[in-house]
Design a protein. Sequence first.
Lengths: 482, 445
Amino acid sequence: MVDTIFEKSRPSRRAAAQRIEGEVAHQLIPEPYRRTSPPALPEVSELQAVRHFTNLARRNFSIDTHFYPLGSCTMKYNPRGAHRAAMQDGFLKRHPLTPTSHSQGVLACLFELQEILQNVTGTAQVCLTPMAGAQGELTGALMIKAYHADNNDHERTEIIVPTAAHGTNPATASMAGLVAKEVEVDADGDVDLESLKRVVSAKTAGVMLTNPSTCAVFERRIQAISDIVHDAGGLLYYDGANLNAILGRARPGDMQFDVLHLNLHKTFATPHGGGGPGAGPVGANERLAPYLPTPMVTKSDDGYRWVDESERPKSIGRLSAFMGNVGILLRAYAYSLLLGGNGMCNVSEYATLNANYLMKRLADAGFHPAYPDRRATHEFAISLRQEAKETGVTAMDFAKRLLDYGFHAPTTYFPLLIPECFLIEPTETETKEELDAFADAMIAILREAQQNPELVKQAPHQQSVGRLDEVHAVRHLDVTAH
Amino acid sequence: MPFIPHTHADKDSMLETLGIASTEELFDEIPKNIQCDGLPDVPDGISEMSMLRHMAERAHNDTTGICFLGAGCYDHYIPAAVWDIASRGEFLTAYTPYQAEASQGTLQLVYEFQTMLASLTAMDVANASVYDGASALAEAILMAVRVNRKSKSRRVLVPASTHPFYLATVKSIVTHQGIDVEIVPSVDGVTPISDIDLDEAVAVVLQQPNFFGVLEDADSLTTKAHEAGALMIGVVNPMTLALLKPPGDWGDTGADIVCGDGQPLGIPMASGGPSFGFLCTRMAHVRQLPGRIAGRTQDKDGNDGFVLTLQAREQHIRRAKATSNICTNQGLLVTAATIYMTLLGPQGLVEVASACVRNTHLLVDRLTSHPNVTKHFNTPFFHECVLDFGEPADKLQQKFLKHGILGGHPLTGLIEKGEQSMLVCATEARSEQDIERYYEALENG
Ligand SMILES: Cc1ncc(COP(=O)(O)O)c(C=O)c1O
């Protein structure tokens, strides 16, 4: 590691970036409210700060620097144009409580984005405020709950999720005060209908599904699932993490989903920022739309304006201090203008082509797709179980060695039901050459695993640090420098 | 095809490898009757140049003038280097640092951020962010209920002087876990500590300075909460902590959980988001803290490095039993805030906070020199203050806007005669001329 910024600090050194003349206004703060000792922020020059953080940046893999085939995360190119569009003064300097008379620009963008997302998902209304996929899920779960409560259906306390579901699905159920129940996935990666019939009951509030599923295959019996759930009085939630696979080809609304979220930081190419921010707009059909959170944007004769609970009495209410991650919404809007409806259809086409091609190349080289008889969607899973058995080299070892070959690793060990799993999502913005190079690296690592397994098990060798000890981190917890 | 690099030759050779004639075949597992025929209602794509022209017009529409609005989002100066560095592709376009060895930049930065936030709040640990200040308060309350196992109650007290949108968010989220949020009315803009009945409360919240800009008696409430067996949750603006007593030092043993919004630390107002929420706590409670946490560890050769740690709290490991469902957080804003705090240092932050306090006091003195304008509360305030204008605030706000002044936040329904009051704020970015222009707008109405 490089020294922390605190080790570079010297008493009374400072950057000139923000310097204000005038006396310190202690006297305006009554004595009992005052701070007595200064916070231990670093004291460095502006150049030291710039150099430190620039050097930290260089220790990251990113889309801009590396192929980043992280399954379920849709790490596609984040267009610079969309970034620039959102970074304009008029947008950046707009205070969230500015009267609507002086906010018509941003409101128009948000209104049009709502409409685009309604079209893309086949829903009746969209609310843009949820700040990431998981908050979208919570929104959906609360809407489902509110709907049942409205119908005096108070016994519906269970949310059904597939065993392969993303962790946020069951965690969301708990957060909403509901109980997560699991449904099995069959050998082909589809939800097991018999298992579903067993768990569905008068207690079912709803089912959360990703489609294509987290097993990276299209849930073929979605209509049967929808019938089983709806017939039992439950509702259907669509986790939109994998929408990139079907953008412009199949719409969750047409699959009978009642409510859903999109991850704009996946399908709509907004940058992931090393952890966030994202945006998780929620769409709903006519039945659930009245429960959408506030605020939303509407258009009337005298322009665009916000809509709050006073006009939407059934709304589940507010989920953020203002109106969510507007800066991200603007980027997604700019991206949809660049692509248009036609460009969106190309996204799913080429994302799917790339994934199927890469799966074929790996299968031809002797790797094992988790569902060899299925099409890849925008992503696919392989299991390295056999390689691990034969060479002792695990999926984790493969992942770390890939870094040395200049590739970010795919998602590892998710979904858990596929042993030694790699979930690989190339996205539509990668070239054939890049996919070939990745396949070649996998083949080379397999050869290393057979001939010199220690080399792979000790990887990575060419990063700024060697393999890090996560157990040590928990046992000797060190989470601040002071 | 924007951003898709395939040539015809690429596509043909890929289809050949796959042994299929067209990409249509790749979708043959999707039942025909749920396939749609493209997106006819979404207009065709346009060029980057046209898109930027359109967006520039929209952005230009929203130019308002001089901002005296606060109420949870503040117009601070942001040094040039902050977003120059934060916008580097390696920060901007990385994912959550799951592969630690390929993410040392982000992980070390988060570790440094945690250190800075813990020091600012005088707490032991901080997480790597949640969505915003309002959702941070909801998470803090859920966390307090998990931590305070001695209390059998689910009664949480939240003063009416808390940001109203934070209150609304808390109600939308926490009530679903059977938590009973009780609002404590304020008296003259402050929370009447001695009147509060803390019987059977599991936690108490206090925002300092409160929504009205007023300083609360955090010391007394913290001590009283602890005596009653309740946890103390502080909601703070991190910038104010350069001058104000940090929550870790409140009352007898300090607050137990501290949260707030990081927007004042180098984040543009940008319609209120993205900013980031932060959560800090005592080491004893770290296992109940939601969100990512970076920790220092060693590599196999004994060199220091950083990883995400205590992941057993999180949804990807613990699923239904996780501390929260949060996954994607507000990482890039944490990056900007860390660079901002580094560039300011302890002295710079004190200067900014002082200038905010000084300018708001100047603004209040100047505006109340007008015969129609009075202070609503007569209590010490930080960098926001409620003023009564003696006429409907909505209309007044429109008049001010004609003079290029964004005058404040009308308080209709929030305080007595709120429809004639506004919450005003003057940050370090306001000059004496700006304040004079506000006064002129008031006079020329
Ligand atoms: C299938 C799935 N569902 C939900 C989520 C959660 O979304 P977010 O991280 O935006 O909260 C993810 C994100 O990785 C995901 O892959």
